[in-house]
Design a protein around this ligand. Structure first.
Ligand SMILES: Nc1ncnc2c1ncn2[C@@H]1O[C@H](COP(=O)(O)OP(=O)(O)OP(=O)(O)O)[C@@H](O)[C@H]1O
Ligand SMILES: [Mg+2]
Length: 289
């Protein structure tokens, strides 16, 4: 049965999709795991990175995406496998083989579908809070269907806090929280920690760090300047990997789609060692994967 990881932060642009894709590549090529990435963001950035533009358009045309899957389940118990794309990504493992990495693609219709779901569950004068709860259950049950299909399921969450994100946070055994070391990131990490643990801030702080359901990763770290101080402050209050992803054009460029599959070294260039350190430390932290 799969280990569910959510990658989330209400703050936008912190590297959720970047880290989701990197981890999907790392678990599948280095860890030889069957990995499924579920793209829970209408922007569909991780889908575009893992499929390239033309393949992604093709999946939309065929309704192979998470919005179609969740919506169809209002009326029929369609298997999740019918919506998944295999052989995603453009990397090979060390033996030159295609890793077992699949994708439940995102969809531009994802936000509209969430509104539709709420409308569906609001029928017969159902109170809004109850409809929202039913909606969250619908999402959680639908996403849980992925369990037999993979060893690791990575859910790339949209910024903000949607029903889909709430369901992913509830389902996840662990939530990876990427942050950029800037002036407002401390506030963003404090907030997401209370949402994940479902408790007030003081109660979250009273949970021993190793017992918390989330782990923070500092991303796009610049050397020198204030970044170290900000990371140390966050790490003092929240479980945080010692390994960090530096700000690097090799990370940004890694997401250009390549028609020819590449090794991880070719794909990630100068940032591959940092990714390896993040992956290794995360594995130790997760233990059970
Ligand atoms: N370590 C890094 N070094 C350089 N560029 C990075 C790094 N991490 C992320 N980026 C770039 O920052 C931008 C935002 O990253 P990404 O899309 O992963 O963030 P996100 O949190 O998923 O955003 P959103 O909230 O919109 O979903 C992208 O252009 C990405 O290439
Ligand atoms: Mg994203």
């Amino acid at each position: 049965m799969a280990y569910f990881l959510a990658v989330a932060n209400r703050k936008g642009g912190v590297g959720k999709s970047t880290i989701s894709v990197m981890l999907a590549h790392a678990f599948s090529t280095w860890g030889y795991k069957r990995v499924l990435l579920i793209d829970l963001d209408a922007q569909s950035n991780s889908s575009l990175i893992l499929l390239g533009g033309s393949q992604w358009i093709e999946t939309q045309r065929k309704s192979l995406n998470v919005a179609a899957f969740i919506e169809d389940r209002m009326y029929a118990m369609n298997p999740i496998a019918d919506y998944i794309v295999g052989k995603a990504g453009d990397v090979t493992d060390a033996q030159g083989r295609v890793p077992t990495l699949s994708l439940l693609p995102g969809s531009l219709a994802f936000e509209d579908m969430q509104d539709e779901l709420i409308t569906h569950y609001s029928r017969h004068n159902t109170p809004f809070r109850q409809a929202k709860l039913k909606c969250a259950n619908h999402f959680r049950q639908a996403l849980a269907m992925a369990a037999p299909l993979a060893d690791v399921v990575i859910m790339d969450c949209a910024p903000g806090l949607s029903n889909a994100t709430a369901a992913a946070l509830a389902l996840a055994a662990k939530v990876v929280v990427p942050f950029r070391p800037d002036a407002v990131s401390e506030f963003a990490v404090d907030r997401i920690s209370t949402i994940i643990e479902g408790k007030g801030y003081d109660d979250v702080m009273s949970i021993p760090p190793e017992k918390r359901r989330y782990i923070c990763i500092a991303n796009a770290v610049r050397s020198g300047g204030k970044d170290d101080t900000i990371i140390d402050t966050i790490a003092f209050n929240h479980p945080t990997l010692a390994a960090r992803m530096p700000q690097s054009t090799d990370v940004a460029n890694a997401f250009d789609w390549s028609d020819e599959r590449q090794t991880m070294d070719e794909k990630y260039g100068g940032s591959v060692a940092a990714l390896r350190a993040v992956y290794d430390e995360l594995l130790t932290t997760l233990g059970a994967v």
